[in-house]
Design a protein around this ligand. Structure first.
Ligand code: FES
Ligand code: FES
Length: 189
């Protein structure tokens, strides 16, 4: 069931379409495996994708911080595009392909670049790490579309993600580093 924090019912959105035309079974491909849910028994028409991913499937890498589309901590990749999973209904994800940070391989250039850019001190991409999965997934989606972004393009793409620790410069450097890794991988193959 959705939980309540600070008076806000989390994991629930107003369904865009409610009624008998909703599919009774919701199937979402998550990190390569199809997962099925029954409407009304497993989830409601108003259940969010973020709730399903975290609470039903245990993919807790994504964070639900604002739960209203303002922070980017819940970002996942849906059909190749970065989406805010707190703003997507589970029924809207029916038949879609969803990747959470757990679905990225350890040798993914973006994962590696953020890990390498995490040395303490000026220039780190990561202090507490709470925002990191959201930034990594946003960056991954950006580099899928544009493997060689400019710094300005990186800043634009990451504009919807918030880092309370203020690691923005390091995060941008990590994305540039990931881009360089992708280019190096291409020239080596
Ligand atoms: S938790 Fe989804 S944007 Fe903040
Ligand atoms: S590293 Fe702490 S919120 Fe970004």
């Amino acid at each position: 069931m959705p939980n309540k924090e600070n008076g806000v019912t989390r994991g629930v959105r107003e369904p865009a379409v409610a009624g008998s035309d909703q599919p009774r079974e919701i199937r979402i491909r998550v990190n390569g495996s199809w997962r099925s849910f029954r409407l009304e028994s497993d989830l409601s028409p108003a259940t969010t994708l973020s709730y399903v991913l975290r609470e039903k499937l245990g993919f807790t890498g994504l964070k639900v911080s604002c739960d209203e589309g303002a922070c980017g901590a819940c970002t996942v990749i849906q059909d190749g595009k970065a989406v805010l999973s707190c703003m997507v209904l589970a029924v809207e994800a029916d038949g879609r392909d969803v990747t959470t940070i757990e679905g990225l391989p350890a040798d993914d250039p973006v994962v590696q670049a953020f890990a390498e850019q995490s040395e303490p001190g000026y220039g780190t991409a990561m202090q507490c790490g709470y925002c990191t999965p959201g930034f990594v997934m946003t960056a991954r989606a950006l580099l899928n579309d544009n493997p060689s972004p400019t710094l300005s393009e990186i800043k634009d793409a990451l504009a919807g993600n918030i880092c309370r620790c203020g690691c923005y410069a390091g995060i941008a450097q990590a994305v540039l580093r990931a881009s360089a890794k992708i280019a190096a991988g291409r020239s080596a193959s």
